[in-house]
Each structure stands twice: as structure tokens, then as C-alpha cells.
Design a protein around this ligand. Structure first.
Ligand code: HEC
Length: 194
């Protein structure tokens, strides 16, 4: 039911595109390609900034120190990158640590589709999705789990870190991952002019 309501507006757009002249389609396609490029740049900027903070924190203080940094800085970094790129950028997951990162229904649908595409053999690092629904541009790009992520998202987390996680995130679901699993996705959203 959910996926039908998600696809219905998209179908409307596709039908409208088919019915419009080829000139209209030519302007629509480059616009979409430019938006996807911008969204990829924004997702890359967020990923890069988070990775730099994480690596610096792990080098100086270890995972417990890094955890506080992630907790304090991740939302602020997302706000800064969003402002700089003129698009709303964030991270979502089907198993969240911070409940603020829970996916909206269309985002959960895309995350499930990414899991299916990965199971069918696609490279997790290159899974992405883009669409326009009700003049909202929506982009998602999968985030695979790397070795370094297992410090805080893996199956065997040190007891001290586990205690700290429970303190800050009592409902933490984001553990038990293995390298190569899909940890979640970057989401980039932009409201388009009507
Ligand atoms: C030092 C511990 C630590 C490491 C290492 C770490 N994370 Fe996290 N991760 C966190 C914390 C803390 C949060 C919650 C941040 C917040 O409050 O927004 C989080 C949240 C996330 C989220 C947002 C969804 C959610 O569960 O809330 C994603 C996606 C994510 N991490 C991916 C990764 C990836 C990919 C790596 C490896 C490159 C990684 N993390 C490494 C601590 C860590």
C-alpha cells in the first residue's frame, strides 16, 4: 500500500513527461542530471566531513572519545553541509542508533530496495536512487559498512563502549553489522519551484 502511494505521484510525472513535447523533456532531463550531481556532491561532503572527524577522534582518543564527537558533531555537520549546498542532507538507517535518523516511509522503501539490489549482486558502494515527487527532489545513496565502523556498529563492541552507548542511546539498534553490510544511506532532499 505504502509503495503504491509512493509510486502513484511518480507515475503521474512519468505520464506528464510522456505527454509533453520533446522540448519539455530535453529541459527536464538536464535539470534532473544537474540535481543528481549536486546531491552527490552534498552527500560526498557530508560523508567526507564525518569521516575526517571520526578518524581524527579515533587517532587521538579511541572509540569512546570518538563516540562523544559523533554524538555532538554529526547533527551540526549535517546542518552546515545542508546550508552550504542548498539541499537538506542527512543519514537514515533501518536500524538506527539515534531515533532522529529514522527513515520516512519513502526512505524506508528505498532502503529495502537497496537491500534487494545488493542481494541481487549490485555493488553496495554504487547504489543510488533519484526521483521527483510532488516537486520534491529526492536522492539517496547507500552507505556500506567499512572495517573502521565495526568499532561502534559491529557485533563485538567493548563493554566500556557498550555502556557508554546505552547511556546516550538507550534504544540503540545499530550494532551487529559486518563489513560490507548496508549501514544506511545518505538522503538529500530539495524542494523545487512549483
Ligand atoms: C566512534 C563510534 C562510531 C564509529 C567508529 C562509527 N559510528 Fe556511525 N554512529 C555513531 C554514533 C554515536 C551515531 C549517532 C549519531 C547521531 O546522534 O546522530 C552514529 C550514527 C550513524 C548513522 C546514522 C544512522 C543511525 O544509526 O543513527 C550512520 C548511517 C552511521 N553511523 C554510519 C557509520 C559508518 C558507515 C561508519 C564507518 C565509516 C561509522 N558509522 C562509524 C558512532 C560511530
Amino acid at each position: 500500500m505504502e509503495s503504491f502511494t509512493m509510486k502513484h505521484p511518480l507515475l503521474t510525472i512519468i505520464l506528464a513527461a510522456l505527454a509533453s513535447t520533446s522540448i519539455a523533456e530535453e529541459t527536464r532531463e538536464p535539470e534532473m542530471a544537474a540535481l543528481v550531481d549536486q546531491a552527490k556532491a552534498a552527500a560526498k561532503a557530508l560523508g567526507g566531513a564525518l569521516k575526517a572527524e571520526l578518524e581524527a577522534a579515533l587517532r587521538t582518543g579511541g572509540p569512546i572519545e570518538a563516540l562523544s564527537i559523533c554524538q555532538m558533531k554529526a547533527p551540526a555537520i549535517a546542518s552546515r553541509v545542508s546550508a552550504e549546498h542548498g539541499m537538506q542532507v542527512g543519514r537514515v538507517s533501518l536500524k538506527t542508533r539515534n531515533p532522529d535518523n529514522a527513515p520516512r516511509p519513502w526512505q524506508a522503501d528505498v532502503l529495502h530496495a537497496f537491500e534487494a539490489r545488493k542481494a541481487a549482486g549490485e555493488d553496495p558502494a554504487s547504489l543510488s536512487h533519484a526521483e521527483v515527487v510532488d516537486r520534491e527532489f529526492r536522492f539517496m545513496q547507500a552507505i556500506p559498512t567499512a572495517g573502521v565502523c565495526l568499532n561502534c556498529h559491529g557485533a563485538s563492541i567493548s563493554p566500556a563502549l557498550k555502556a557508554k552507548l546505552n547511556e546516550s542511546y538507550p534504544g540503540d539498534q545499530a550494532t551487529g553489522y559486518r563489513e560490507g553490510d548496508l549501514r544506511g544511506a545518505f538522503v538529500v532532499v530539495k524542494q523545487l519551484a512549483p
